[in-house]
Write a protein that binds this ligand. Sequence first.
Ligand code: BGC
Length: 300
Amino acid sequence: MSTAATMNSARIRDLMPDDLPEVVLPRCEVRPILKGQKAIVTGASSGIGRAIAVGLCAAGADVVVNYIGDGAPAEEVVHEATHCGCASRGRAIAIRADVSDEKQVTDMFRRTIEEFGTVDILVNNAGMQQDAPLEQMTLAQWNRVISVNLTGQFLCAREAVKEFKRRGVRAGVSASAGKIICVSSVHEVIPWAGHVNYAASKGGVMLMMKSIAQEVAPWRIRVNSICPGAIRTPINRAAWETSDAYNDLMRLIPYKRIGETDDIARLATWLASDEADYITGASLFVDGGMTLYPGFEAGG
Ligand code: BGC
């Protein structure tokens, strides 16, 4: 590195604030921008899916809280969503289905249509990590992560598109015949050593989403991805639970705070609404700058 470059990097570091306040996000005024719409949020019993389900319901949508495993956390989400105090909130029900199982997915869509009449919004959120160094990663770990994170999104998108095309645009409810939001990750573009199954699944989600978006746009169906960075959820607890881990994580986040699930829920609610009607085929990063090559902040 030249002397001038070294001086410049040192100066940038010196100028960085070291005492940032704890973030307190305002609870946004909820507008009923999804009134009358019907939504399925997969993997909605915790983390990002939970916040999105509550957010969509607060904005007026009737929401299916999809879950796998124990039903109690999903029922808590149903309770939270339907007791949020927003006057125009929608209804919510919990439906159990493993998104990687074709029959369980078709059953979930059938039940949703029986209960709510149709589906306007699919949030493809269910996802998991099973991390291991490459040579220790089992085929079962590879297959499970690909089946849930990628095949699960395909199966749900396919059923949603069938319903959107069957029904067409519902005048007065939404400008489009349907919306699909894929919850992807910064790891659809950032390689991730020790997580090759996860990164491969998210890279797959990117081109799956864009290819579906291109195919179904003429039917007025919008398909987009939200790409979260590090969001405070159980999936990455080890990365934020201790102050050492949190400080390490901050080296990857120029904005110097972890993301909260509401950061994602607010975008999902807006993206599902007609306010975002001209957006399709986009990967929207919500990552505090994680994709800005933070290693170059004081180098290069
Ligand atoms: C992963 C998290 C991780 C984040 C940023 C997400 O997609 O699920 O575990 O903290 O990406 O690396």
